[in-house]
Design a protein around this ligand. Sequence first.
Ligand code: PAF
Length: 274
Amino acid sequence: MHIHSAIADLRSALQNRGRVVFVPTMGNLHAGHISLMEQARAHGDTVVASIFVNRLQFGPNEDFDKYPRTFQADCDKLAAAGVDVLFAPTESDLYPEPQEYFIEPPAIQNVLDGEFRPGHFRGVATVVSKLFNCVQPDAAVFGKKDYQQLMVIRNMTRQLAMPINIVGGETVRAADGLALSSRNGYLSEAERAEAPRLYRLLNEIRDAVRNGESDLDQLEKAAVAQLTAAGWKTDYVAVRQQSDLAVPIAVNAPLVVLAASRLGTTRLIDNIEI
Ligand code: PAF
């Protein structure tokens, strides 16, 4: 695996490499990321991963400083997964001057996660479009675990006519259902044992909707109450339309149930399609 930190070096390394498939990450890689790398292989000739902890997408009171940085272990995992090229820019490679031009997503950036993380999707869209400019991929893979992020990137790519096929990768889960996430490492032993409740509740909501329950508001409130009783602090549990994450007009449209909730200081997100 070739590793580049400078944009110019990366660009020259990617000349004549056939169809390039890109998987951006912030590192601290787990089996969920590796599954995205494996899925990437089916969409092109050269798989490029990136590791960059993007300050622009963290709020002032979020975990940018303590976000786990495990570069050597990540390189070993990527090499073992057959990744061809790793782009690992430093902050001064990617932001040599203060970033003053941004990609401003539309109203979708203010709902669900965006309501609780103001500016987050603007930071994500900006860095992803910049990474796209560096890598110039034909396709890019993003995990469905970050469902709203995947939608923001898909819409951005379409609206800005970026010639990149955006592929959604399935969420990888631990045996007890907890979605793999770099932030799971923050959980204490007791919190880790409690954490799968979120996925169980999402499944209960999915089953209820499939069985004809149409009072979505009641389902959402009941789930929040159960989480609260078990010690969680919930930002949202929401059933939304898959197409645009709007409140559903009809329950027979393709739906997705999404949640974000905090166990101690760790904020977990998850979703399942209905
Ligand atoms: O999903 C992530 O890890 C990040 O949001 C991304 C897409 C790498 C942008 O920093």
